[in-house]
Design a protein around this ligand. Structure first.
Ligand SMILES: Cc1cc2nc3c(=O)[nH]c(=O)nc-3n(C[C@H](O)[C@H](O)[C@H](O)COP(=O)(O)OP(=O)(O)OC[C@H]3O[C@@H](n4cnc5c(N)ncnc54)[C@H](O)[C@@H]3O)c2cc1C
Length: 836
């Protein structure tokens, strides 16, 4: 065994071996993999081998697409048959909501370059004659999709990695991992130590145990998953004898199961409610090729629907039931990227579709490790999308929920209910009493919108066809009735959100944005360091506020901050709540070694109330102890003030495009401030507003969000950040790359679109944008603007189509809508409301 390596990959399942292969392919042939038993002896050996391309996440979708393409080439490279069968995959639909989901997905797939075909029930019957198509209203098919033999795939990747010089050590267990003063890692195994620059943890069900070796909490706990294999069925055997093609993978999404042919019989895999979390403290030390006892009772409702759909399934005897551990995370997506707080320690964990994801996840992780950046936006799988709140109890509840919801319709406005309410701000109860319907972000409860106090959906509103698992409304407490219905279209809360927007525009609104991530950066080196990493010039005067960006070394956008100088050597940085761990970790890893700068995370110490609307100054002036006139407290400045006895920092900025203030206060004083504002605001018509109103209002201002319009895949100037990038202030991270990018020209340009002819379905983001039927871009956000009365979208398009007045088409839920490029900020383009 090598004693020194560039990288050590821990874990010889399909994910670890793919990572090793990709590292070797990028030239890091002096990399080593260690596996405690045999390759594939964790979860990989018993996987059903399906390769579902279907995924609504842009990151995961691209990862899956790459995998399927790679697996098709591996036999040639390694000389080993991987058992790839591109038999295609059909997903059935019984409801209009499901068809909406498929249409939305088909748009995402088109922007990624994945082929999706729509089928009629009759076409399904032709491909899958054993399927009863009663009640089916349509289906989609992925012609490129199919299944593979997971163990053979792993062996092929292993051979290809070895041939490129990488080393694989089986029967070698990592027992400790230590950081040496030099910054290198020492990976201690039962066969000796390996010193290396980088460590990759790809340990499947052992992820938390591996994390504990380096003091991190990896948010992965597996859930049990079963599939049933039947004896051969005469009809399938007869089909084979006639040389007919395999019928492919069939998914009855609305009954939550998959089925495919297996050795003349059928294989059924349900995703049921009530599947328990397992290996909470990790598998036992001698765990190998481990299965749990079968529990068919849990699957009974799914077996029934499977027999109704494919009667042959009920006619063949059960040959074997596999019940194995499948790694899960709270949102069901894997964890691929840097470990928070540790340099050169990487995670490739939490894979619930690991056979499908292994190729793409290994590829992007290798790009990240070797080149310092991935090439696709990985925010959807970034390990830092979870925070310290994601502890054991939370993981059990959320991961079981994620498993049970694999097949439910993934509405864009879905809000899952497990492990809630978790993080509550002090005004939670007050907001609830005002009718708040909450969403959850990064564990925080945050009002999405406000329902009238006596409002609830009727039975007729909730009526839905016979669907086993799909609920298009959230579960509620005992005695309560649901107040919102999820949809891909404008739903029941649409008009209520409109009323909130109008009140912010006409009067004044109050919003709880305490979930914002908040950092303080201080010290003698703080200004110089911030200037060296952020795009905008750091303000000289205390009390000045600026918007600034952290770029990647390639000039893409990694993070956005509202930065305020609060003292000569102290800066206050506010960013998106969901990105707290991501932004903090990225900044911390960039800190200079000379100890001249420190970062403090103050998220949970400070609450934020947003007061916005034309009457907001009048409200504030009634309660503040300072002059808040435009002269004394202009736009883009911050002031310390007191409201009653509570001291706070008020910033004249907001994300809705009206006169307004963000009030950053000690969190324990929130209700004092809240009550004072509500009392003072009563005569001015103050009302609370939620995230959905904010999203509509920000769209009308063409304000951008990280993960949507801003991404590592787009140059900051493609995303329209010219005003916030100061090329003259001296070097900063990403500047040189941007200059080079300017020289070679841009491939995209962000635009604001007015979408015409919309009646009930606005763009949501990720819809394809076409010109004369040819793809020219994708939307990044969309919705209805209540102040402008327009359906709007933000989109990345080819620069030649970015001129005002250019006409393109946006495909929304299968319908083509004409869209026109309009000037940015359709509402108040001169920012008069903000400056007044
Ligand atoms: C019943 C079932 C059916 C499934 N069907 C599918 C499917 O159809 N399609 C699909 O894409 N996915 C499927 N999956 C999921 C799939 O099996 C997993 O996502 C995938 O195998 C994960 O691979 P991995 O490499 O991350 O983990 P594993 O295969 O579990 O590999 C992790 C390895 O790390 C090793 N290890 C751990 N700790 C150490 C240590 N300290 N030192 C050295 N080695 C260590 C372990 O021994 C293990 O071999 C299924 C899962 C189940 C349970």
């Amino acid at each position: 065994m090598r004693t020194h390596a560039r990288a050590v990959v821990i874990g010889g399942g399909v994910v670890g071996v793919s990572t090793l292969y990709h590292l070797a392919r990028k030239g890091w042939s002096d990399s080593v993999l260690v596996e405690r038993r045999e390759l594939t002896s964790g979860s990989t050996w018993h996987a059903a081998g399906l390769l579902p391309l279907f995924n609504l996440s842009y990151s995961v979708g691209q990862i899956h697409k790459y995998s399927v393409a790679l697996y098709g080439t591996l036999e040639q490279e390694s000389g080993l048959d991987v058992g790839l069968r591109k038999v295609s995959n059909i997903r059935l639909a019984r409801t209009r909501d499901r068809m909406d989901e498929y249409h939305y997905y088909a748009g995402v797939a088109a922007t990624i370059g994945v082929t999706v075909k729509f089928l009629t029930p009759q076409e399904v019957k032709e491909i899958w004659p054993l399927c009863n198509v009663d009640g089916i209203i349509g289906a989609i098919q992925h012609p490129e999709d199919g299944y593979i033999q997971p163990a053979d795939l792993t062996q092929a990747l292993a051979r290809a990695a070895r041939e490129r010089g990488a080393e694989i050590n089986r029967h070698t267990t990592v027992i400790a991992i230590e950081r040496r003063p030099s910054g290198e890692w020492k990976v201690a195994t039962d066969k000796g130590d390996i010193v290396c620059e980088h460590v990759v943890s790809a340990t499947g069900n052992f992820a938390r145990a591996t994390g504990r070796m380096v003091g991190i909490n990896v948010p992965v706990i597996p859930v049990q998953h079963q599939y049933i294999v039947t004896e051969a069925h005469p009809e399938i055997v007869a089909r084979k004898a006639k040389g007919l093609p395999e019928m492919g993978v069939l998914r009855e999404s609305d009954s939550s199961w998959y089925m495919r042919e297996e050795a003349g019989g059928l294989l059924l895999g349900p995703y049921e409610k009530g599947a328990p979390a397992c290996y909470v403290d990790g598998p036992s030390a001698d765990s190998e090729y481990e299965l749990f006892p079968e529990d068919l009772d849990r699957l009974a409702p799914h077996i029934e629907t499977a027999i109704a759909r494919v009667p042959a399934f009920g006619e063949a005897g059960v040959k074997k039931v596999y019940n194995g551990a499948i790694a899960y995370t709270p949102d069901g997506s894997p964890i691929v990227g840097p470990a928070p707080g540790l340099k050169n320690f990487w995670l490739n964990e939490g894979h619930s579709f690991g056979v499908t994801a292994a190729g793409g996840a290994g590829w992007q992780l290798a790009e990240w490790i070797v080149d310092g950046e991935p090439t696709i936006d990985m925010l959807g799988v970034d390990p830092r999308r979870f925070g310290a709140y994601a502890e054991t109890g939370y993981l059990i509840e959320k991961n079981e929920e994620a498993y049970a919801r694999v097949f439910t319709v993934h509405y864009p406005d879905e809000e899952r209910v497990a492990a809630r309410p978790l993080r509550q701000t002090p005004c939670y109860g007050r907001m609830k009493a005002l009718g708040a319907v909450f969403g959850s972000i990064y564990g925080w409860e945050r009002p999405n919108w406000f329902a009238p106090l006596d409002y609830a959906l009727s039975e007729a509103d909730l009526a839905k066809p016979d669907v086993l698992l799909n609920e298009n409304h959230p579960a509620v407490g005992p005695g309560e009735r649901p107040r919102e219905k999820w949809s891909f279209r404008r739903s029941n809360y649409f008009d209520f959100v409109g009323a909130e927007c109008r009140n912010v525009h006409d009067n004044v609104g109050l919003q709880d944005m305490s979930a914002f991530a908040k950092l303080e950066v201080s010290g003698p080196g703080a200004e110089g360091w911030l200037n060296s990493i952020l795009t905008n010039r750091i303000p000289k005067a205390v009390g000045r506020v600026t918007l600034t960006y952290l770029l990647t070394s390639r000039g893409g956008v990694r993070a956005e901050f509202t930065l305020t100088r609060i003292a000569p050597e102290r800066f206050y940085l506010v960013s998106a709540g969901a990105l707290e761990a991501h932004d903090f970790d990225t900044m911390e890893k960039l800190l200079p070694a000379d100890m001249s700068v420190r970062i403090d995370k103050v998220t949970t110490q400070r609450g934020v109330l947003v007061l916005a609307g034309p009457r907001s100054r009048e409200v504030l002036s009634k309660v503040a102890d300072i002059d808040v006139s435009n002269q004394a407290f202009p736009w883009l400045t911050a002031r310390r003030l007191s409201i009653r006895s509570a001291g706070l920092i008020a910033m004249r900025v907001n994300f809705v495009g009206e006169l307004g203030y963000e009030l950053h206060h000690p969190i324990e004083m929130q209700n004092t401030i809240f009550d004072a504002l509500m009392a003072a605001g009563a005569v001015f018509g103050i009302k609370p507003f939620g995230i959905r109103a904010m999203d509509s209002l920000r769209l009308e201002k063409s304000y951008k969000l990280v993960g949507r319009e801003l991404s590592i895949e787009y140059a900051a100037l493609e995303s329209g950040l010219e005003r916030f990038v100061d090329f003259d202030k001296g070097p900063f991270l990403g500047r040189d790359a941007l200059v080079t990018w300017c020289g070679k020209g841009f491939e995209n340009k962000i635009v604001t679109l007015e979408v015409q002819g919309v009646s009930d379905a606005d763009a949501r983001g990720s819809e394809p944008v076409t010109k004369d039927g040819v793809m020219v871009g994708r939307t990044t956000s969309g919705g209805y603007g209540w102040r402008t009365g327009k359906s709007l979208a933000l989109a990345m398009v080819k620069p030649e189509l970015s001129n005002i007045g250019s006409e393109v088409d946006v495909r929304i839920l299968g319908e083509t809508r004409r869209a026109v490029v309009v000037p940015d900020s359709p509402y108040d383009p001169k920012n008069a409301a903000l400056r007044q």
